[in-house]
Design a binder for this molecule. Structure first.
Ligand SMILES: [Fe+2]
Length: 275
């Protein structure tokens, strides 16, 4: 299997510090054929009907009970075979994120959010295609923003021909609030639903919108956000650098960190939760 993180990393890499304007813009399909193909499929196939179907399939959380640890270990079976010596496992990426948050002295719920933020990628182990699990997210059912990567690929989406979905607001009301908005289906929305009863609201926003770059990085889709969303997005933006910049560097030592995380997980979550 190809690197699951590649698509997210690609979007994320656009924002790394120290990039020249030219590098920042260098996300053409010629320069990144694999990524372009991923987004070609993602933008063509994430329709209103697809998102509705996946929400109905997964958000009732009927795939059984698992502890956070069981989910993390299950996710870890997603092996990136492109470079086993330097690439981090899924758990190691989660720990790098959460450890960077912890080092900066943030509250325990924030560290907890870092540790679970990508656990929704188990969708890809349930058999979902990568275009239906990872990558930057965007609202379906309204006009697409040019701030989404590869916006030209939206032309192939059947929704682009539905008049009702083509207006700025589409099926939504002005400043209706993001809770009423259906984003393209992926691991963010899934992990938000799995963990929402156990984490404080800023953490819920971090999990639910961490891949919604068009909004939290570019300020797009504000017409769908209410004042509460605007306030909560401060937290999403606070979380984002830990997801982006924590990769690389030292490999976290799970055996040493485990006691801290055992306590942390037990503080927020019951032994098992619904997935
Ligand atoms: Fe993610």
């Amino acid at each position: 299997m190809q690197s699951l993180d590649e698509w997210d990393d690609f979007v994320a890499s656009r924002y790394r510090a120290g990039k020249t304007e030219e590098e920042f813009r260098n996300y053409s399909s010629e320069a990144n054929p694999g990524v372009a193909e991923f987004y070609r499929q993602n933008h063509a196939l994430q329709t209103v009907d697809f998102v509705r179907a996946k929400r109905a399939e997964y958000l009732a959380l009927k795939r059984g009970k698992k502890s956070i640890w069981e989910a993390a270990e299950y996710l870890n079976t997603l092996v990136d075979d492109s470079d086993p010596d330097t690439d981090l496992s899924q758990i190691e990426h989660l720990l790098q994120t959460s450890e960077a948050i912890r080092r900066d002295g943030h509250p325990r719920w924030f560290v907890m959010a870092g540790f679970v933020h990508d656990l929704g990628k188990v969708l890809c182990l349930y058999g979902e295609p990568q275009w239906g699990g990872v990558g930057g997210t965007f609202p379906v059912g309204c006009a697409y923003s040019d701030q989404v990567v590869f916006p030209e690929y939206f032309a192939a989406n059947p929704d682009a021909k539905v008049p009702e979905y083509r207006t700025e607001l589409g099926i939504y009301g002005f400043r209706c609030g993001l809770d009423k908005v259906q984003l393209s289906w992926g691991h963010d929305e899934y992990i938000y639903h799995v963990t929402r009863n156990y984490l404080p609201e800023p953490a819920q926003y971090m999990l639910r919108y961490h891949s919604f770059y068009a909004a939290h990085k570019h300020g797009a889709y504000r017409r769908l956000m209410n004042e509460h969303d605007e306030r909560m997005f401060e937290w999403v933006r606070k979380f984002n650098p830990y997801d982006l910049y924590s990769k690389g560097g030292e490999r976290p030592k799970l055996d040493e960190l485990r006691p801290y995380y055992e306590d942390l997980v037990a503080e927020f979550f019951p032994a098992q939760i619904d997935w």
